[in-house]
Design a protein around this ligand. Structure first.
Ligand code: SAM
Length: 238
């Protein structure tokens, strides 16, 4: 039996999204790894290979959270600026042992970046674009701070490419995921938001069209884990 397409309207009020991430921050990484069955690390490694960071390059990681992708980028010798509007997400990452001190943690809004035009060689946004109130405006803002010819990599939940699996996945999102979240986090509402925001999000081709319409060029993508996630790559014109 096919479920009706819910295409929910998702409340992306920036203050609500910010407050939600403030609350989940301390257990975000653990919950993430458990609920993705350990796939999240693999997804970020693929995103890092897509960025192809070169030593000395300056990379902006928007909606960086606790800096999971920023660390992967840093390992290549690039200079990395993790930016997030949740102070607690940043602080949770910045207080960790190890390389955290080599990242330039920045508290800021991804829709109004505190940087000059063309400042970065590459920009990344992992599981953050879906949370911005205006996707197209967010992508234009990312293009503004990227140098001509610079790269964009978007890592985001997407749509399973095999139709029968799409249906199973949809059921998982609306049923099993919120149930599992009740066990591993004390903020199940955040995971209901996650499920609904994923269901309302465009598939691989749809996002590619939005990225192109926002002014990026040569958009291509790679589906990961059967299309549950996709990594989109694009170039800044110029
Ligand atoms: C799902 S987490 C992803 C974190 C990290 N990129 C990762 O891969 O684990 C989404 C992050 O986006 C941040 N965020 C959402 N809207 C934002 C905005 N307008 N400006 C900056 N950060 C934002 C949230 O605070 C949260 O840390």
């Amino acid at each position: 039996m096919r479920l009706p397409d819910p295409r929910p309207t998702v409340d992306k009020d920036a203050a609500l999204v910010q407050a939600m991430f403030e609350r989940v921050a301390p257990r975000y990484d653990v919950a993430n790894t458990m609920l993705s069955l350990g796939q999240d690390r693999h997804w970020r490694r693929v995103a890092t290979r897509a960025v192809d960071p070169q030593p000395g390059e300056l990379i902006l990681d928007v909606a960086a959270g606790t800096g999971a992708l920023s660390h992967e980028l840093l390992a290549s010798g690039a200079r990395v600026v993790p930016l997030d509007f949740s102070w607690t997400m940043l602080a949770t990452g910045a207080e960790r042992e190890g390389d955290a001190r080599r990242l330039w943690w920045t508290n800021g809004d991804g829709t109004r970046l505190p940087f000059a035009r063309g400042r970065f060689d590459a920009v990344t946004i992992a599981f953050g674009l879906r949370n911005l109130p205006d996707t197209a405006a967010g992508l234009r803002e990312l293009a503004r701070v990227t140098r001509p010819g610079g790269r964009l990599v978007v890592l985001e939940f997407s749509s399973p490419t095999w139709a029968p699996f799409r249906e199973i996945y949809r059921r998982y999102l609306v049923g099993a995921l919120p149930a599992a979240a009740r066990m591993v986090t004390s903020h199940p509402a955040a995971y209901r938001y996650l499920a609904h925001s994923i269901l309302a999000w465009p598939d691989q081709g749809g996002l590619a069209r939005i990225i192109t319409a926002a002014g990026w060029e040569q958009v291509r993508w790679k589906s990961l884990t059967g299309g549950i996630v996709a990594a989109h790559h694009a170039r800044c014109p110029g």
